[in-house]
Design a protein around this ligand. Structure first.
Ligand code: BGC
Length: 508
């Protein structure tokens, strides 16, 4: 009831177009894709010169951290089956494919002295194969798999990583930039720095709200440096576009009439999303004011001589501000938020800094895999409008991930994923009609893959892979959602009553 009322108000505020002008199809400039990341699909973890990353270390040294004790050692075998990947991308008629480069497949030790020719060969054939099939590659330079050698020196909390990352990005532009036009510098630094330093994801370090912020600080410097480098040396000849990809839940005030709840929802957004987006995309740059004030205050109360949230030099602020051609947004779910009113903790903790309670409305459907995301389609429309209102309507937004988490033995008739896809895309179309400049949508994921600490218990794919097949076969099998997605792409329209003709799909 409460939320239905909000939805109505939103429609009135944002319906700047009369009903006749509102689009019912995705506009011609809008592109559809699907995403993966290297560690989650490639397998071949120690083949042909590849070096060890923090995820290789984590799964081998502490398999108990992974829900099913599995690893990405073989994963979807995309190192061998990249042609099958291209075939299913074509089958769905995707416009682009978002994948990531494995830093240690290219530079086994992370540093430039150690280029691995087999890594170059692998990505060359993938990129060339996509282009030959008319599919635009969108390449993520870093998606969480830090070279272990660099982690041994502190990884993202050592300032040197800024140089190492920039040198790596430089070589990547040299190697592949003649063919790649869409670059993502870094995937989801919020998740990486938050969970990595809350001991929940690799590199599994306990340094909440200390290592966390240092990690984020170096990510922002590295992103800014890579962007300026591209500007200075590659843009004129390569003509590509760069952005960072940040994830965010939409936070809805638990009680919209409560100022405290509205502030709590805003604080949550600032700490997760504004943390990276404000320094890059806001006109004023730097960390969000609410985050700066809160961390400065709590640090001081805890007896720190300086704020735990580091500061940028004036030169760094300028380098980072405006370092984008588009904004990449990953979004899966919505939470309700209200203040937690915690006493200031003796030792730093991100949870204590943010100080909110987040929870779901009991009426919301939850996904069936291990992430238990709530399915709240209107959340994506509000998020997109909030981004446009907060950072400017001229910023071009790509949705770089959105998807539904199924259980290990889910059916190929994945009607809940179909419903998620249809209903979230419908709200994206509504946001376009609200005047938000969103020009691309990416489904996570192309196929079932290694879902980090959930192993293979969580299934995000449009295509199924049977990881329990005793022969080790990793055939890609379309789920119903893949066929529905193809229909949306071909018709540029969402049709909730569409029933796929599976035979036709096979021969597409
Ligand atoms: C990440 C992916 C992950 C997905 C689903 C994002 O956090 O970028 O690597 O598999 O969401 O949890």
């Amino acid at each position: 009831m409460h939320h239905a009322q909000h939805a109505l108000i939103y429609t009135c505020i944002f319906s700047c177009l009369s009903s006749a002008q509102r689009l019912t199809r995705f506009p011609p400039y809008f592109n559809f894709g699907a995403a993966t990341s290297a560690y989650q699909i490639e397998g071949a973890w120690n083949v042909s010169g590849k070096g060890v990353s923090i995820w290789d270390t984590a799964v081998h040294d502490t398999p108990q951290r992974i829900a099913d004790g599995s690893s990405g050692d073989d994963a979807a075998q995309s190192y061998y089956r990249w042609e099958e990947d291209i075939a299913i991308i074509r089958q769905m008629r995707l416009n682009f494919y978002r994948f990531s480069l494995s830093w240690t497949r290219l530079f086994p030790q992370g540093t430039l002295n150690s280029l691995n020719p087999d890594g170059v060969r692998y990505y060359d054939q993938l990129i060339n194969g996509l282009l030959a099939a008319g599919i635009e590659p969108m390449v993520t330079i870093f998606h969480w798999d830090v070279p272990q050698r660099l982690q041994d020196m502190g990884g993202w909390t050592n300032d040197l990583i800024v140089d190492y990352y920039t040198e790596y990005a430089n070589r990547v532009f040299q190697l592949f930039g003649d063919r790649v036009r869409l670059w993502v510098t870094i995937n989801e630094p919020g998740q990486y720095c938050q969970f990595g330093y809350d001991n929940l994801n690799a590199p599994f370090i306990n340094s909440s709200a200390l290592g966390t912020y240092q990690c984020g600080h170096n990510v922002l410097r590295a992103h800014g440096r890579a962007y300026r480098l591209y500007d200075n040396y590659y843009r004129s000849s390569q003509n590509g576009r760069l952005g960072i990809v940040c994830d965010t839940t939409w936070y809805e005030p638990s009680d919209n009439s409560s100022q405290f709840d509205r502030e709590a929802a805003d604080r949550a957004l600032q700490f997760l999303f504004g943390w990276f987006i404000n320094p890059i995309y806001s006109p004023e740059g730097d960390y969000p004011a609410a985050m700066r004030a809160r961390v400065d205050y709590v640090s001081q109360q805890q007896g720190f001589p300086e704020s735990r949230l580091p500061s940028f030099t004036p030169e760094e602020l300028l380098m980072i501000r405006g370092a984008y051609d588009f904004m990449g947004v990953n979004h899966y779910s919505t939470f309700l938020a209200r203040p937690d009113n915690q006493a200031i903790a003796r030792f730093p903790s991100l949870n204590n800094d943010v100080d909110i309670q987040q929870f779901v409305d009991p009426s919301w459907e939850l996904t069936e895999g291990q992430t238990y995301f709530a399915v709240v389609p209107w959340g994506i429309r509000r998020l997109l409008n909030w981004i446009a209102d907060t950072y400017g309507r001229d910023i071009e937004i790509f949705i770089t991930e959105n998807g539904y988490d199924g259980f290990r033995n889910e059916s190929l008739q994945d009607s809940r994923r179909v419903n998620y896809l249809n209903s979230y895309l419908r709200e994206v179309l509504n946001a376009i009609n609200d005047g938000v400049r969103v020009t691309a949508y990416t489904f996570w994921a192309l196929m079932d893959n290694f879902e980090w600490v959930n192993g293979y218990n969580s299934r995000f794919g449009l295509y199924r892979i049977d990881y329990d097949d005793p022969t080790g076969n990793r055939t890609r099998i379309p789920k119903r959602s893949a066929m529905v997605y193809q229909n949306i792409i071909v018709t540029r329209q969402i049709n909730e009553s569409f029933v796929p003709d599976e035979f036709a799909f096979d021969s597409a």
